[in-house]
Design a protein. Structure first.
Lengths: 315, 616
C-alpha cells in the first residue's frame, strides 16, 4: 500500500514565501499571547495546594464553592476534573497557616458539609520557592537541550543545518507554548516534559531530511541547491507522513485513554507533532537555504597528496 | 551472499529477546498482601523472631502462605488482606517496641526467577498510591550553628594558651576576635592558624582585630554534613513509621525526597518526620537502692530508666552531657576485637565531659536515648500528643578522664555498634527542616492510573500494529514483531534497574510515545527499500542498500532525541524523571529491535533467495 505516489519532484521551495509569512504570523501571535496572556502555570510552578476528591454522586460546584467560602477559603478555585464526580480545589500560596496541613483540613470540611464519604484522590502542596526553582530549572533544561543539539548537529552535519534545525526547534517550542497561552491550558511539569519530547520528535524529523539533503548534494551534480532540497523533501515525504501518522495514532490513544492527568501532556505532543512535521519541511531547510547552503559545503574535502595516485616506489 | 546473518548474530538476537522475556515475566505474577517485621535501633530480626511470629500467628488462628527471613526482616505472606490486617494488629500488640510492623505488598515472583535476580517493576507513587515529601534543609541555620561553635572553640583555645582577648563574637559571615595587645593578636593568629587549617584568617593591627572566615571548602563541607546527617536521621524516623519500602533520597544541594508508598495518614507521617530525638550521658546512681526504686521509692536525685530489654537502672538526675555536643560518631573495633563506638565532641562538650568524668573514674556511665514519639491521641486543638520516650542504650565504666573524643564499648554486636553510631550522629537534626512540597495519591486514583496507562499503551500499540500490517504487509508484520520485542525489552530493563527507577504515569506515556516513534526506524528502512526497488535494483540489493543507507540517519535521529531525554532525566524530578527514563530506555531498545532485530528476521525469511517480488 502507498499513501503518496509521487512521480515528480514537488516544488516545495516555490511556496517558501507563503510558508515564511505563515510561520512569522504564528510566531508573532504566540509571542503576543505569551507577553499579554502569559502561561497559565500549574501548581508545580506557582506553588499552592491542590485537592482532588471523588464524590459518590455528581457534585454541586456552586454549593462546594459556598462551603469553601464560609470556611475562610474565598480564593479557592473549584472545578470538575475529568468527570462530574471528580472535583479539584485549588488554593494559592498562604503565609498565615501551616500550608502542608491544609489538604487534610479541607478534606475534613468537605466530608462534614456533604455528609457522604469522600474519596481522597490526591493532595498536592508545593511551596512558593519550589515553584520558582522549577520554572528556572525548566527554562534551563530547554536551553541546555537546544545548545547540546546545536553542537551535535553542527559536528555531524554543517553549521547551516545546525542553525536551521535549532531555528525549527525554537519555532516548534514557541508555537506549542503559544497554543497553551492562547487557550489558557494549564502548563504543569508533565507539559514541560511534553515540550521537551516535542523537541526530540521535531529534531528526529529534521535530521532525516537534512541527512537526505546531504546525501543528494553529494550524489546529484547538475542541480542547484533549491532543486536538491526539493528532491530530498519529496523523497522523504512519504516517511515523514507515515511516522507522523503512527505517532499521532499513539498520541490519540493517550489523549482519549490516558485520563485527565495526562491530557495536557497529550495535547502538547499532538500539536507539537503537527508543527514539528511542518517545520522540518519548511523551517529547517528554508533557513539552511537562506544561509546559502551549497554543494561545496557538504562534499568532504579530498586532499590529494602529491604522487598519491602513483604506485609507491619499491626500493 | 547478500543478506545472510552469520548464525551467531541470529542467535544473539534470539538470546537477548529471550532473556528480555524472562526478566519481564515477574511482572505477570502479581502481588500478595504481606506483613513485614523489621528491627529498630540495632535489633535485627532473626530466626528467633521468626519463630515468635509464627507462634503468635498460630495462636491467633491466622493462616499464612509463607513466612521467611530476608535481609534481617521477617516477611509473612497472606492470601487475603483481611488476614493481613488482623496479623498486623496481633504482631503490633505483642512484639513490643523493638520491632516495626508494616503492611506490604510482596511480589509473587517464583523462587527460581528471584534466584536469577528477577523482580517486577517498581511502581511510582502516582500508580501505587502513597505520599511523597520534599524537605528543605535550612542551610543558613547550619552555618550559623557552625559559627557559634567556632566562637566557643576560639574562646577555649585562647584561654587554654593564656592569650588574653577582649571579645570573640560573630559578625556576618565571619567570627571576629578583638585583642588588647599586638603581641596577643600575633600569638592568637599563630595559634588559630595552626589549629584550624580550613579557616581564612586576616588581621587588622589598628583595631587589634582578627577575622576568621570559613573557606569555600569548609562551607561546602558543613552543608554536605548537614544534608547527610538530616538524611540519616530522617531515614531512621521513616523506619520507625513502619512503612514498607520507603525511599529517602537527597535531591540537589539542600533538598531531601521522602516517598512513603501506601501511606494515607499524612498528618502522622509529618509529625514524626519533624519530631526531635537526642541523646544524653548520665552517671549511674550506684548508691541508690534499685529494688526500692522499682517499688516506687526513687531517690530524689535519681531517675529510673530501662534498656531495650526492659532491664532497669537507676541514673543520676543531673545530665553530664547532652547529645548536641556530639559532632561525630563512628563504629569500629577495640584491641580485643570488641565492637566500639568512637565519639567526638565539640570543645564545650569536651570540657564538660572532662570535668564530669575527672572525679568519677571507675564508675559506670549510661548513654540514654531520648525521643519524642507521637501517640495516637490528640489534644484539644487536634494536635498529636507526643510522648517522651527514654531508653538506656549502653552502660559502660569510665576508664579514664574523658576529653573531646572517647569511646563506648559494650554496645553489643558490630551491627548494634554501627546503629548506635548512626543514632548518636543522628541524635538531633543538624539544621532545621521544612516540608516544601507534598503529594499524596489515594489508592483508588493509583489503581485507576495503572488501568488508564495500560489501556493507552495497548490501544496505541494495537493501532500502530494494524497500520503497519496494512501499509507494509509482510514487512509490516516483521516491524510489529520488533515492536512487540521492544515493549518486552523496555519492561525487562525497567524491572532490572535498581531502586529509584520506578514506573510512573508519565513513564507509561513515555512507553506509548516510544511505540509510535520506534516504528520510525523501520519506516525509514522500508521506504528506502521501496525506493531502491523502484530504481531497478535487484530485491537482495534493495534490502541490503535499504538497511545500509538508513542506518546513519537512524543513528543521528535517535542520538539527538536521546540527548533531549538525558537532559530531561538530569534536570527533571519525580514524574518528569519517570518519563525521561522510559523514553531513554525505549530509544536504546528500539534501535536494537528495529535495526538488528528486523534484519535478523528479514534475512532469515528472504535473505539469499532469488526473488522477483517483495511483500513490502
Amino acid at each position: 500500500m502507498q499513501i503518496l505516489q509521487l512521480k515528480d519532484t514537488v516544488n516545495f521551495m516555490s511556496y517558501r514565501k507563503i510558508a515564511m509569512v505563515f510561520s512569522a504570523l504564528l510566531m508573532i501571535a504566540s509571542i503576543y499571547s505569551l507577553t499579554t496572556n502569559k502561561l497559565n502555570f500549574g501548581l508545580d510552578f506557582t506553588g499552592g495546594t491542590l485537592i482532588e476528591v471523588g464524590f459518590q454522586e455528581a457534585a454541586d460546584l456552586e454549593k462546594l464553592r459556598g462551603v469553601m467560602k464560609t470556611n475562610g477559603f474565598a480564593d479557592a478555585k473549584v472545578q470538575f476534573y475529568g468527570s462530574s464526580r471528580d472535583v479539584v480545589i485549588r488554593l494559592g500560596v498562604r503565609e498565615d497557616v501551616k500550608a502542608e496541613m491544609l489538604g487534610n483540613e479541607i478534606l475534613a470540611i468537605l466530608e462534614k458539609s456533604s455528609g457522604q464519604k469522600i474519596d481522597m484522590r490526591r493532595i498536592e502542596f508545593v511551596g512558593a520557592s519550589v515553584g520558582d526553582d522549577l520554572a528556572e530549572q525548566g527554562g534551563l533544561a530547554m536551553l541546555t537541550a537546544l545548545i547540546c543539539i546545536l553542537i551535535y548537529v553542527a559536528f555531524r552535519f554543517e553549521w547551516r543545518f545546525a542553525v536551521g534545525s535549532v531555528v525549527a526547534l525554537f519555532h516548534d517550542v514557541l508555537l506549542t507554548l503559544g497554543l497553551f497561552s492562547i487557550l489558557q491550558l494549564e502548563f504543569d511539569l508533565t507539559v514541560l516534559a511534553a515540550v521537551l519530547a516535542v523537541i526530540g520528535y521535531s529534531l528526529n524529523d529534521t535530521i532525516v531530511v537534512s541527512d537526505r539533503i546531504r546525501e543528494n548534494f553529494r550524489k546529484i551534480r547538475n542541480s542547484n541547491s533549491e532543486e536538491v532540497i526539493n528532491i530530498s523533501l519529496t523523497q522523504t515525504l512519504s516517511r515523514t507522513f507515515i511516522t507522523s501518522i503512527t505517532t499521532l495514532l499513539v498520541l490519540a490513544a493517550l489523549f482519549f485513554q490516558g485520563g485527565a492527568l495526562i491530557h495536557g501532556f497529550a495535547t502538547a505532543l499532538l500539536f507539537g507533532v503537527f508543527v514539528g512535521t511542518y517545520s522540518s519541511i519548511y523551517v529547517a531547510s528554508l533557513v539552511a537555504l537562506g544561509l546559502g547552503i551549497s554543494r561545496e559545503d557538504l562534499i568532504p574535502e579530498v586532499i590529494e597528496k602529491e604522487g598519491a595516485d602513483q604506485e609507491a616506489m619499491m626500493p | 551472499m547478500l543478506n545472510k546473518y552469520p548464525l551467531w548474530k541470529t542467535l544473539m538476537v534470539a538470546i537477548i529477546v529471550a532473556l528480555g522475556a524472562l526478566y519481564a515475566t515477574p511482572n505477570l505474577y502479581g502481588e500478595s498482601p504481606a506483613v513485614q517485621v523489621s528491627g529498630l535501633r540495632g535489633v535485627q530480626a532473626d530466626t528467633a523472631t521468626l519463630d515468635r511470629i509464627r507462634a503468635q500467628l498460630e495462636a491467633s488462628n491466622l493462616t499464612f502462605d509463607s513466612i521467611s527471613l530476608e535481609n534481617g526482616q521477617v516477611l509473612t505472606r497472606f492470601n487475603n488482606t483481611e488476614d493481613q490486617l488482623k496479623a498486623r494488629d496481633v504482631l503490633d500488640d505483642n512484639l513490643g517496641k523493638q520491632f516495626s510492623v508494616a503492611l506490604n505488598l510482596t511480589p509473587n515472583t517464583p523462587e527460581w526467577l528471584a534466584a536469577i535476580g528477577g523482580s517486577p517493576m517498581k511502581l511510582g507513587l502516582d500508580l501505587s498510591g502513597g505520599v511523597s515529601f520534599l524537605i528543605e534543609v535550612n542551610m543558613k541555620e547550619a552555618l550559623n550553628k557552625a559559627k557559634t561553635g567556632m566562637v566557643g572553640d576560639f574562646r577555649g583555645d585562647l584561654r587554654n594558651e593564656k592569650i588574653r582577648y577582649r571579645s570573640v563574637k560573630e559578625a556576618n559571615d565571619a567570627v571576629k576576635v578583638i585583642f588588647r595587645k599586638v603581641e596577643d593578636l600575633e600569638a592568637g593568629q599563630a595559634l588559630l592558624k595552626k589549629r584550624y587549617r580550613d579557616l581564612l584568617l586576616t588581621t587588622d593591627e589598628d583595631t587589634l582585630t582578627l577575622t576568621a572566615k570559613m573557606t569555600k571548602q569548609k562551607i561546602k563541607e558543613i552543608r554536605e554534613y548537614a544534608l547527610d546527617q538530616n538524611i540519616t536521621i530522617i531515614r531512621n524516623r521513616v523506619n520507625e513509621l513502619g512503612v514498607a519500602e520507603p525511599l529517602v533520597q537527597r535531591q540537589g544541594k539542600k533538598h531531601i525526597v521522602i516517598e512513603l508508598p501506601g501511606v494515607q495518614d499524612t498528618a502522622t507521617a509529618k509529625e514524626i518526620l519533624s519530631a526531635t530525638a537526642t541523646i544524653e550521658f548520665r552517671l549511674v546512681d550506684t548508691e541508690g537502692d534499685l529494688s526500692n526504686a522499682l517499688n516506687g521509692r526513687v531517690p530524689a536525685n535519681s531517675i529510673l530508666l530501662r534498656d531495650k530489654d526492659g532491664k532497669p537502672s537507676l541514673l543520676k538526675k543531673r545530665v553530664m552531657l547532652t547529645g548536641d555536643h556530639i559532632i561525630d560518631a563512628k563504629s569500629g573495633f577495640d584491641e580485643y576485637s570488641r565492637p566500639q563506638v568512637n565519639i567526638s565532641l565539640d570543645s564545650a562538650g569536651g570540657s564538660k565531659m572532662s570535668s564530669g568524668t575527672k572525679s568519677n573514674i571507675g564508675k559506670p556511665m549510661a548513654t540514654v536515648f531520648i525521643e519524642y514519639k507521637s501517640t495516637d491521641k490528640k489534644d484539644a486543638e487536634g494536635n498529636l500528643v507526643f510522648e517522651k520516650h527514654q531508653e538506656i542504650i549502653s552502660v559502660a565504666t569510665i576508664q579514664s578522664r574523658l576529653g573531646k573524643s572517647f569511646r563506648i564499648t559494650g554496645a553489643g554486636s558490630p551491627a548494634e555498634a554501627r546503629n548506635l553510631a548512626i543514632l548518636l550522629r543522628a541524635g538531633a537534626l543538624v539544621a532545621p527542616i521544612a516540608i516544601v512540597e507534598e503529594r499524596t495519591v489515594g489508592p483508588t486514583l493509583g489503581a485507576e492510573n495503572v488501568k488508564l496507562g495500560f489501556e493507552a499503551i495497548m490501544m496505541g500499540f494495537g493501532l500502530v500494529f494494524i497500520f503497519m500490517m496494512i501499509y507494509y504487509r509482510a514487512f509490516g508484520v516483521v516491524a510489529n514483531l520488533a515492536l512487540g520485542a521492544n515493549l518486552v525489552l523496555i519492561v525487562a530493563v525497567m524491572s532490572m534497574l535498581p531502586g529509584g527507577a520506578a514506573l510512573t504515569l508519565p513513564g507509561m506515556a513515555g512507553i506509548v510515545l516510544t511505540v509510535g516513534m520506534a516504528v520510525d526506524a523501520n519506516v525509514l528502512i522500508f521506504e528506502r527499500i521501496r525506493e531502491e526497488i523502484r530504481e531497478g535494483k535487484t530485491i537482495q540489493q534493495a534490502i541490503h542498500q535499504g538497511y545500509d543507507a538508513a542506518f546513519s540517519t537512524i543513528i543521528d535521529a535517535n542520538i539527538t532525541t536521546l540527548i533531549a531525554a538525558l537532559i530531561l532525566f538530569a534536570i527533571g524530578t519525580g514524574p518528569v524523571k519517570g518519563f525521561a527514563i522510559t523514553l531513554s530506555i525505549g530509544i536504546l531498545t528500539s534501535m536494537f529491535t528495529s535495526v538488528v532485530g528486523t534484519r535478523a528476521v528479514v534475512n532469515a525469511i528472504w535473505g539469499g533467495k532469488r526473488l522477483d517480488k517483495l511483500s513490502i
